[in-house]
Write a protein that binds this ligand. Sequence first.
Ligand SMILES: Nc1ncnc2c1ncn2[C@@H]1O[C@H](COP(=O)(O)O)[C@@H](OP(=O)(O)O)[C@H]1O
Ligand SMILES: [Mg+2]
Ligand SMILES: [Mg+2]
Ligand SMILES: [Mg+2]
Length: 357
Amino acid sequence: MAYEKELQVAQLAVARAAILTKAVFHEKAKGTVSKDDKSPVTIGDFGAQALIIAAIKHNFPSDEVVGEEEASSLREQKDLSSTIWNLVKDVKLDDPESDALLGGPIRSEAEMLDIIDMGNSAGGNKGRIWALDPIDGTKGFLRGGQYAVCLALIVDGDVKVGVLGCPNLPIDDREPLTEDMGAAASDAEGKGVLFSAVLGQGATSQPLTRRGASTDSTGVRPIHVSKISDVSEAVMCESVEPGHSSKGDNALIAEKLGITRKPVQMDSQAKYGSVARGAGDLYLRLPVRKDYIEKIWDHAAGDLIVREAGGQVTDVAGNRLNFGLGRTLTENKGVIAAPANVHAQVLKAVQEVLNSK
Ligand SMILES: Nc1ncnc2c1ncn2[C@@H]1O[C@H](COP(=O)(O)O)[C@@H](OP(=O)(O)O)[C@H]1O
Ligand SMILES: [Mg+2]
Ligand SMILES: [Mg+2]
Ligand SMILES: [Mg+2]
């Protein structure tokens, strides 16, 4: 099968990074720093980025990585850097064979900082480029909501492999979404799912932890978007953060489609995963600020997983997301993810609402 090793490395790397993010999730002090754009980053984001890039570079040394974070602030803040190093140096998968496949531990704090900075690829439509969001939904992570560890392989501009680790989503694909899913989330028993897809090979889910050769069964299940035929019965997913997508537009679109259920708000690409497994039906992300350009790491894995599960993902103009233009989705505005059979109907409602403004 194509991309077998890439998928295996991506799944194990995300699972290993999630061990670290789960530890930080339970800490009160998450080492939060404010970035230049005022958005937060934590020791969890930096640590997860280091672990995942180390695994990619060990297996595929000439591949590039477009990673969200960079180490410059850590080089100026020694305390923060050593706190992260203390977390990173001890993280291991249960299974020694899987751990060895990822190249074993990072050797030093200095090496860790250099590895974080290997996520500086400019992206583009040539060659093999991994898009990495070590913690997507950092605000949710800080609030105690949903978050996701996201990794995708883009080859010549096309997403070939996508993996999403969602520590706070239910393992069970059939568990319905609840309105408060985004709030007071936990990674207790029954939680933690890993979504994966390879282009042309479908999408799957499996438990995020207890993985590796020592487990009897990895519990891999194929996933599919919902079989919804009447869009008025749809469960719509949207961001928690009001600054990230327009809740007002979503309400107008829902009204146009006859949807009466309140939208489910949750942080991160957990929304793509939820639509891909049919727990939610639609994911709408309509811009609040005209000048905001979406980042490739916020969408690459989710886009492939939803499409491989039978969904369609476009921007508000109805175009596919273009991951080959650099670190951002410069040609796209907004995102509409829906089962293929209702996508056109939803897109029409979106355009009517946007055109009437
Ligand atoms: N004005 C804006 N519009 C849309 N997305 C934004 C935004 N400002 C930040 N984001 C992105 O929204 C992501 C979270 O999405 P969501 O609201 O679905 O949880 C953030 O990812 P990080 O948390 O990885 O930084 C960030 O990249
Ligand atoms: Mg961020
Ligand atoms: Mg993100
Ligand atoms: Mg992030």
